[in-house]
Design a binder for this molecule. Structure first.
Ligand SMILES: Cc1cc2nc3c(=O)[nH]c(=O)nc-3n(C[C@H](O)[C@H](O)[C@H](O)COP(=O)(O)OP(=O)(O)OC[C@H]3O[C@@H](n4cnc5c(N)ncnc54)[C@H](O)[C@@H]3O)c2cc1C
Length: 509
C-alpha cells in the first residue's frame, strides 16, 4: 500500500543552502506501494495525497510539495507548514498508442507518464533507452519534472520553449475529494482510460491547464505529468572563445547566425539547435564563450552511458562554475574568476551525445547563488550592458553572466514569455557582494523599462508590483483560475509566505 511517513523536523533548508532554517511543522514523505509500477498503485498514492490534504485542512496547516528542492528561491518553502517530499514517488509509464485520442494528429508513440518524484535525468535514461528523447531541458537534470514545470525551467534550445512545453497533461490533486487529469481542450491527447485507472476525472480546460502548468505548488499536488517526447537524436556540441564581434552581437539579439562564425561545422546560414553566449567584460573583455549544439541523426551504434561527473556539459550552470573558486582560493578576485571561467569553459570540440548525455547531473554546491531575468531577445545586449555597469558600480563581486535563449513558453506564469527571449543568468557565489550586485542588476534592468520577468526558482527581487508588471492580465487569470478551482481552505493550504508576499495567495485561513 502507498503510505506517507511523517518526519518530525522543525527546520527546512533547500538543497543549495540558499534558503536555510525555515521553521516548519514537519515533513511528510510519500511512498508508492511495494511491487511493480502500476496505475492502480498510482490511484493508491493519489488517495494518500488526498488524505494528507484532508489532514492539512483539519489542522489548518499549509502543505507544499517539493521536488528536489533545487530552487534557490523560497518557492518550495512553507514556513509553519508541512513539506511533502516526493522523491520516492517515481514511477514512469509509457502511454500505449491506443490510449491516444483518435483525433490527435501528431506522433502517437512517444508519450510517457512520469510520477511527481521523477527527476529529469531519470526520465532521460528511461526514454532514451526506448529510442525517444526530450526536446529541451535545463542545464542540469537533478530537478524533478513536476518541480521544473512548476517554476518554468528553461534551457537554451534556441527555437524551443521551456521544459513545460513538453507536458501535454497532468494529474492534479487539489483537495481531499478531487483527483483531476487536466489537459488543454484545444489539444487533448489521452482518451481517458489512463486517468480512469488512476482514479482521476478528466478536465479539458485551456485556462486551467495554462494556469496550473507553472503553478508554483499553489494549485495542489501535481501527482504525475504526461510528457511528449521526440525520436532520439544526437547533439554535437562545440564551444570556443571567440571575439565578441558584431556577428555575435547580432546572434545574441535574435538577428540570426549568418554573420557569425559559430564554433563547429559551417552551418551555412543554418541555425544551431542549442546556442549560449557567455560575455563578461569584467572578466575577459572583448571575448565571448560561445556554445553551439547541432542536431545530428541518431547513430544506433552510439553507447548510452551517462557520465554523472561530467562537469563541462554544454549547458553547464555558471553557479557551479564559479563555486569552484571556493575550492581554488578564498580570495575571490577577478583574476581567479577568470581562471575558473576559462577552465570550465574550455573549448569543446564536437562532443556528441544524446540529449540526456549532453545535459547531465551537476552536483549543486553549497554557497553558490543564481538569478535569471528574461528579456526580449532584441534587448539582450542592453540588459547585459546594464548588468556590467551595475556590477562595476557595486564593486568587485564573484559574479558572471550568461545568456541563454528560448521562445515564448506555455503557462500563464512562464517567465520565458517574450516571442524570442534571452534569459540573462547571473551566477556566482552566495556572498553579500554577489547578492548586492545581483540585486543592482535586477533593479537596474527593471528601472530601464526593459520588459522582464524573473525566474521563480532562482534568487530574485520579486515584489507584488514587479510580478504584476511582468505578467499583467496573465497573473489575474492565474489567480482567477486558482480561486475557481480551490475552496477557501485549500486556497490557504496551498498558499505560501513567498506567494502571500507577492499578493498571489492569501495568508488568512
Ligand atoms: C544546479 C542547478 C541548476 C539549475 N539549472 C537551471 C536551468 O538550467 N534552467 C532553469 O530554468 N533553472 C535551473 N535551475 C533552477 C531549477 O530548475 C528550478 O528551480 C526547479 O523548479 C527546481 O526543481 P525541483 O524539482 O528542485 O523543485 P523544487 O525546487 O523543490 O520546487 C519548485 C516549485 O515547484 C513546486 N513543486 C515541486 N513539486 C511539486 C509537485 N509535485 N506538485 C506541485 N508543486 C510542486 C514547489 O512547491 C515549488 O513551488 C537550476 C537549479 C540548480 C540548483
Amino acid at each position: 500500500m502507498a503510505r506517507t511517513i511523517f518526519h518530525d523536523e522543525q527546520r527546512w533548508t533547500n538543497w543549495h543552502l540558499s534558503v536555510r532554517d525555515v521553521p516548519i511543522a514537519g515533513r511528510f514523505e510519500i511512498l508508492n506501494g511495494s511491487g511493480a509500477a502500476s496505475l492502480a498503485g498510482m490511484k493508491e498514492t493519489a488517495a494518500e495525497i488526498q488524505k494528507l490534504i484532508g489532514r492539512a485542512i483539519a489542522e489548518r496547516r499549509r502543505l507544499r510539495a517539493q521536488g528536489a528542492a533545487w530552487s534557490f528561491s523560497e518557492a518550495p518553502a512553507v514556513p509553519g507548514g508541512w513539506c511533502l517530499a516526493t522523491g520516492y514517488a517515481n514511477w514512469i509509464f509509457p502511454l500505449p498508442e491506443t490510449h491516444v485520442v483518435a483525433e490527435f494528429a501528431g506522433d502517437r508513440t512517444g508519450f510517457f507518464l512520469a510520477q511527481m518524484g521523477v527527476a529529469v535525468g531519470a526520465f532521460n535514461r528511461f526514454v532514451e533507452a526506448r529510442g525517444r528523447s526530450l526536446r529541451t531541458s535545463g542545464a542540469s537534470n537533478g530537478q524533478t519534472f513536476a518541480g521544473a514545470m512548476s517554476t518554468g525551467t528553461h534551457g537554451s534550445a534556441v527555437d524551443l520553449p521551456a521544459i513545460q512545453s513538453q507536458i501535454v497533461g497532468f494529474q492534479l490533486i487539489p483537495s481531499p475529494d478531487l483527483n483531476l487529469w487536466i489537459e488543454p481542450a484545444s489539444r487533448p491527447v489521452t482518451d481517458g482510460r489512463m486517468a480512469d485507472a488512476m482514479g482521476a476525472t478528466v478536465v479539458r480546460d485551456d485556462r486551467l491547464f495554462a494556469a496550473a502548468l507553472v503553478g508554483l505548488g499553489a494549485f495542489g499536488v501535481v501527482h504525475s505529468v504526461l510528457i511528449e517526447t521526440r525520436p532520439i537524436f544526437l547533439l554535437e556540441s562545440w564551444r570556443q572563445r571567440i571575439p565578441f564581434s558584431d556577428g555575435v552581437r547580432r546572434a545574441m539579439t535574435g538577428g540570426g547566425f549568418d554573420s557569425v562564425d559559430l564554433p563547429g561545422p559551417d552551418v551555412a546560414g543554418g541555425r544551431p539547435y542549442f546556442f549560449q553566449s557567455v560575455v563578461n567584460s569584467h572578466i575577459d573583455k572583448g571575448f565571448a564563450y560561445v556554445t553551439a549544439g547541432y542536431e545530428r541523426p541518431w547513430d544506433p551504434g552510439h553507447a548510452l552511458s551517462y557520465d554523472l561527473t561530467n562537469k563541462r556539459a554544454p549547458g553547464y550552470n555558471l553557479g557551479v562554475v564559479v563555486a569552484n573558486i571556493l575550492d581554488a582560493a578564498p580570495g575571490l578576485t577577478p583574476p581567479i574568476t577568470k581562471l575558473v571561467l576559462q577552465d570550465q569553459l574550455k573549448p569543446m570540440l564536437g562532443k556528441t551525445g544524446s540529449w540526456g548525455q549532453s545535459f547531465n547531473f551537476t552536483t549543486p554546491r553549497a554557497g553558490t547563488a543564481g538569478a535569471s531575468i528574461a528579456v526580449p531577445v532584441e534587448r539582450s545586449l542592453e540588459a547585459l550592458d546594464i548588468a556590467q555597469r551595475a556590477l562595476a558600480r557595486t564593486g568587485k563581486a564573484p559574479l558572471a553572466f550568461a545568456c541563454r535563449y528560448g521562445v515564448k513558453s506555455p503557462g500563464l506564469l512562464a517567465f520565458v514569455r517574450h516571442p524570442r527571449t534571452c534569459i540573462l543568468d547571473l551566477d556566482g557565489l552566495n556572498s553579500d557582494r554577489a547578492r548586492a550586485a545581483m540585486r543592482a542588476v535586477l533593479l537596474d534592468i527593471r528601472a530601464a523599462g526593459i520588459p522582464n520577468a524573473e525566474h521563480w526558482g532562482k534568487m530574485n527581487e520579486l515584489t507584488a508590483a514587479s510580478v504584476r508588471d511582468s505578467y499583467g492580465a496573465d497573473l489575474e487569470s492565474w489567480i482567477a483560475a486558482r480561486t475557481e478551482l480551490l475552496g477557501r481552505e485549500t486556497e490557504y493550504v496551498f498558499g505560501s509566505a513567498f506567494l502571500d508576499r507577492l499578493g498571489m495567495t492569501n495568508p488568512n485561513w
